[in-house]
Design a protein around this ligand. Structure first.
Ligand SMILES: [Fe+2]
Ligand SMILES: [Fe+2]
Length: 179
């Protein structure tokens, strides 16, 4: 039994080399950023709730949940690779914005930043020849394209709406349909 375990562990380390420390650090950092994204969008959800924009609030609450799941993908990957999971303090997000448009402009900008960070992580995984991490990150590369398109579309549409109240309420109704 012990021999089998020893052989298994040996084979495991052969196919799955230990994650390099700099990769571990970078992934832990990104995990924290994903959790911050969740916090940021949850704060926006509360802001929209305070404006009685229930559809906007629901959309952001779902977004916050997705970001938490993104953080958990890093958490799981670190754990599966035998790397240290280092949960650090999550920064406090802003509590309010000047308008729904301003909140979504910040969302779009934030997603662009996340895309850039994912890109840096991909580069690092290539440099360190960490193929498993590279493979995991490819999911995020695709996801970020979607996230940018989604949030930029909302920004552009909110600009069209401007100060048209009834149009904003109709838009709110549409956002509330997100599952
Ligand atoms: Fe994310
Ligand atoms: Fe995101």
């Amino acid at each position: 039994m012990r021999e089998i375990l020893k052989t298994y562990l040996f084979l495991y380390t052969m196919v799955m080399p230990m994650m390099k420390e700099n990769v571990q650090d970078a992934l832990n950092k990104q995990m924290n950023r994903e959790f911050y994204s969740s916090y940021l969008y949850l704060s926006m959800s509360a802001y929209f709730e305070s404006l009685a924009l229930r559809g906007f609030a629901k959309w952001m609450a779902i977004q916050a949940k997705e970001e938490w799941e993104h953080g958990m993908k890093f958490y799981k990957h670190l754990g599966e690779r035998g790397a240290a999971v280092k949960l650090a303090a999550i920064d406090a997000p802003p509590l309010k914005w000047d308008s729904p448009l301003k909140a979504f402009e910040e969302t779009y900008k934030h997603e662009q930043k996340v895309t850039a960070w994912i890109g840096e992580l991909v580069n690092l995984s290539v440099k360190e020849q960490d193929h498993a991490t590279n493979n995991m990150l490819q999911w995020f590369v695709k996801e970020q394209v979607e996230e940018e398109v989604q949030t930029n579309t909302i920004v552009l549409q909110l600009r069209m709406i401007g100060s048209d109240g009834p149009a904003l309420l109709m838009f709110d109704h549409g956002l509330g349909k997100r599952e």
